[in-house]
Design a protein around this ligand. Structure first.
Ligand code: ZN
Length: 199
């Protein structure tokens, strides 16, 4: 016996594929969408489609953007001699919320993780190295303060320091094992200001 009509079963199935959504939450969301006026579901569907179709990676910094290069890379008021390296596009958002950093970014799209089979080739390290000859004087490694983030920072420092570029790591103000995106703005600010040169 089919518990749900076909289209409802498919909706629940798709929703339950999303991170953090179990079968119960998925069916609650599905029923909510079906009980609300049609416009609610149509707006959501439209927003998903539009975001998916118009947003891509910046060809310079790999951040998510609807224009290429992205707004940050195009911003003439930003310092071009400092690059802050982060793991994910959402880390750029966290950093921008502090309003104190005025340099450029580079998004690695992940962190080194031998267990998950993520080696240097899976990250945007080659693109980062390609940007360095353009007058970059400091690279700030703002990968997450956990095992993968630290390993990635160490790997990058070994690659970049021999090029005669200053390499710094954000300070340990963040709890160990933490993620940048969950840090509040003050903590992130302190971590940035207290950054130390990697030896
Ligand atoms: Zn960019």
């Amino acid at each position: 016996m089919r518990v749900y009509p076909g289209p409802l079963a498919r909706l629940i199935d798709e929703l339950s594929r999303l991170p953090g959504i179990g079968p119960k939450s998925a069916s609650r969301l599905a029923y909510h969408l079906l009980n609300a006026p049609p416009a609610v579901a149509h707006r959501l569907a439209g927003a998903i489609r539009e975001a998916r179709d118009t947003i891509g990676h910046c060809s310079v910094c790999q951040n998510l953007t609807d224009q290429d290069p992205c707004g940050i890379c195009q911003d003439e008021t930003r310092r071009r001699d400092v690059i802050c390296v982060v793991e994910e596009p959402r880390d750029v958002v966290a950093m921008e919320k502090t309003r104190s950093y005025k340099g450029l970014y580079h998004v690695l799209l992940g962190a080194l993780s031998p267990i998950e089979g993520i080696g240097p080739d899976k990250l945007t390290i080659r693109d980062l190295l390609g940007r360095l000859p353009n007058g970059v004087g400091e690279v700030i490694l703002a990968t997450n303060p956990n095992v993968e983030g630290d390993a990635t920072a160490l790997y990058l420092a070994r690659l970049i320091k021999p090029l005669g570029i200053k390499v710094t790591r954000i300070a340990r103000g963040l709890p160990v094992g933490a993620y940048l995106e969950y840090a509040d703005e003050m903590t992130l600010n302190r971590a940035m200001e207290g950054r130390q040169e990697m030896r």
